[in-house]
Design a protein around this ligand. Structure first.
Ligand code: CA
Length: 715
């Protein structure tokens, strides 16, 4: 009699937890209370159809539960909500399953990513979420594994290694699942890898297909006709040794009727086209949107946003599919605001450009020629000889933070930025394998000064952030809300005329979607970069967001308004919620620096070495956000604080288990001594200058000195 009882239990269990299938993912509006796939639907529009929370009552929104993820590193996930359970991910690719109503933890999964792999992550050890199919959820780990987990208990069903572990690949993006194929890409183009996207069988993890985005070693046969076409647009013999780049590290979308999978392709490796492809060429499929057949990976069409990209202008930014009336005709379009500053509307059946206009300041191109579909570059685009200050910077006019499209207002809401970056050419470029950046940029003379006030003032001048409402048909701005920080959260819109966005200065804010009027905000106690989602259970609508400050700019700079290092949490709100967050922000204590050490020459050498090898994690000019240790605190929390201890860490890897690997492959003992001298000097400078305030003329003088008077007109 035990067998039928077990069978009954199984049947009951399946009834309560129906499998996620193609039918459900194609028709997500039939289950509006759930959030079944990354961008809510295959069109990735991030518009929730839920209407309980309205402009009239959003003021009553309050916290109903929160969950500590146990980290102060960046949180970027879009949680999924299926059958009353919310599935989120945190730093180091950890997965959390919680009861979506009460917050009660159900299970957690830690893939135990080796901390030393963190050096391969350009932009923090983040993860953007899981995908669901059948009775499993699917996770890409920072060290390149694709893992299927049983949705009910978090047990591993299968694992597939998607990368060559000898190369510095990382996965931070969320998988998408189309007809049983789990689609996943990876990152690593700053270091030097060859980009590709792969499909794995959701049932057993077998590789179904792989599409390379850039050509490999010319001596080997082409993997596809698309690679044969792409190879004609590359020159020289360096790119394929470095890898060429073109990583598919974030955005995808799927058109069910056209049966097309769209992938966003990243920047070149190295960044600098004069180094990467010295004979010129468009370097396909860098900075492109590529349409593929989801069952075979076969190439269908591409559109390249930045031919011959030289600025880290990835086209990996969020893509939204919508049907817009253009010149009187209902048109199936794909919309993207990539880093390069132009908002693109493409015909997604053919890949033909419909329109492109600047949504952010951009000095590298004057406009996009609609007859050729190509950008018209300015003199500012050429940094082969002169150093250029170019807008946008590598952070882009818009980065990975998802946009949202509201079908009623017809507007796209962009977490937009105004940025400017310094571009130069390293004429003596040599490729360094392993966890080192290979951008082909010269570091000489480009260092930020180690003065917190000055750096913060410069950053505030050069980098700004705002929420931008954009009309994609007219290609014009409709409204904007300026933010305190440049780096802010992704966006959610709802059918009730609402837009939600978290901010870098630690708030979650609700606006009217049609006018931008602020209706409500609440403090999150840490900067928010993730996009909110919404779900409804037992007649109550919830808004959820991962709150945790992180990402590339937070490692490089101490951005205004940020509260780095605070507890990263999943925050969930509903009407009438009354919970309060515990305030745990600590006072900033500047420790006494160790004794001065080294000559002026050694300090100057150390500065260049630091900005080349250390600044991207510990902060340019030694002024980071505190996400990773501020090295000027050496006298405070690193025992000994002598050159010997420093070298044990930097050269011998004493802190490897904490993620700080040895740099002995690129630094000699004398180099490490010089970096130590620079850090100690900067610690003293901070100690002495902590009472001073910024002098605006110094800021101006420094900017002028940095980029040269010739290009000051662009600032
Ligand atoms: Ca990049």
């Amino acid at each position: 009699m035990r067998f039928p009882a077990l069978l009954l239990l199984l049947v009951a269990s399946f009834a309560a937890h129906p499998s996620v299938d193609h039918e459900q993912l194609v028709n997500v509006d039939n289950t509006p209370g759930s959030w079944l796939t990354h961008g809510r639907n295959y069109a990735e529009d991030r518009q929730s159809p839920l209407t309980q929370i309205t402009p009239d009552n959003v003021g009553e929104l309050g916290l109903t539960w929160y969950f500590d993820t146990g980290t102060g590193r960046g949180l970027e996930a879009s949680p999924l909500v299926i059958d009353g359970v919310i599935y989120s991910t945190g730093s180091w690719s950890r997965v959390f399953a919680n009861n979506a109503v009460s917050g009660e933890p159900i299970w957690q999964y830690d893939p135990q990513v080796p901390r030393a792999w963190g050096v391969n992550a350009c932009c923090d050890v983040v993860n953007r979420g899981v995908a669901a199919w059948g009775d499993n959820i699917y996770l890409g780990t920072l060290d390149g594994r694709l893992v299927a987990l049983n949705r009910r208990n978090g047990k591993v069903v299968w694992t597939s290694l998607t990368i060559d572990p000898a190369r510095p690949y990382t996965i931070t993006g969320a998988p998408r699942i189309i007809k049983g194929n789990v689609i996943i890409g990876n990152g690593g183009a700053e270091y030097g890898v060859r980009g590709y996207v792969s499909a794995y069988d959701a049932r057993d993890g077998a590789l179904r297909w792989r599409f390379y985005t850039v050509p490999g070693n010319p001596e080997n046969p082409f993997e596809s006709a698309a690679m044969e076409m792409a190879a004609k647009t590359w020159s020289g013999d360096l790119w394929w040794k470095v890898g060429g780049g073109g990583t598919v590290w974030d955005s995808m979308a799927y058109d069910v009727d056209l049966d097309l999978l769209y992938i966003g392709v990243g920047n070149g490796a190295p960044w600098n086209r004069h180094v990467r492809s010295p004979g010129g060429g468009d370097n396909l499929f860098l900075s492109s949107i590529v349409a593929l057949r989801p069952e075979t990976g076969e190439y269908v069409w591409h559109y390249q946003t930045t031919p011959g990209d030289s600025w880290d202008y990835t086209a990996t930014q969020h893509m939204i599919l919508a049907d817009l009336v253009i010149d009187g005709a209902l048109t199936k379009v794909l919309m993207q605001a990539p880093k390069n500053g132009f908002f693109y509307v493409l015909d997604r059946a053919s890949g033909k450009l419909i329109s492109a206009e600047k949504y952010a300041p951009a000095t590298w191109a004057s406009h996009v020629d609609l007859s050729t579909g190509r950008p018209v570059e300015t003199e500012n685009a050429d940094h082969s000889i002169e150093v250029r200050m170019t807008k946008p910077a590598a952070f882009g006019g818009h980065n990975w933070q998802p946009m949202a499209f509201n079908q009623t207002t017809g507007l796209v809401y962009i977490p937009a930025m105004e940025t400017a970056g310094r571009y130069s050419t390293d004429h003596d470029f040599t490729y360094q394998s392993g966890g080192h950046w290979n951008t082909g940029q010269s570091q000489e003379g480009g260092a930020f000064p180690a003065n917190r006030h000055l750096v913060n003032a410069v950053i505030k001048r050069l980098f700004k952030g705002h929420l931008l409402a954009w009309d994609p048909v007219k290609q014009t701005e409709v409204w904007r809300v300026a933010h305190e920080a440049m780096w802010n959260g992704g966006v959610l819109t709802t059918a009730a005329n609402l837009v939600f966005q978290g901010t870098g200065d630690g708030r979650l804010v609700a606006y009217r979607a049609d006018s931008g009027e602020q209706l409500w905000d609440t403090h999150t106690l840490t900067g928010v970069v993730a996009p909110p989602i919404s779900y409804q259970i037992n007649g109550e609508q919830y808004v959820a967001v991962m709150a945790g400050w992180g990402g590339a700019p937070t490692l490089l700079f101490d951005l205004p308004g940020s509260t780095a290092g605070a507890n990263g949490r999943l925050l969930v709100y509903k009407l009438g919620g009354e919970l309060k967050l515990p305030d745990t922000v600590e006072a900033n204590v500047i420790p006494t620096p160790p004794p001065r050490h080294g000559s002026e020459e050694s300090i100057a050498t150390g500065q260049v070495l630091y900005n080349t090898h250390c600044g991207r994690c510990h902060g340019i000019g030694l002024v980071g956000s505190g996400l990773l240790p501020d090295l000027r605190d050496m006298g405070h929390d690193m025992s000994g604080n002598t050159p010997e201890v420093f070298k044990a860490i930097v050269l011998q890897g004493a802190y490897r288990e904490m993620g700080m690997v040895s740099f002995a492959d690129v630094m000699s003992e004398a180099d490490a001594d010089a970096v130590y001298d620079y850090i100690v000097d900067a610690a003293h400078a901070r100690w002495e200058e902590q009472q001073s305030s910024p002098v605006w003329s110094e800021v101006e003088a420094w900017i002028m000195d940095w980029v040269g008077a010739l290009i000051a007109q662009f600032i």
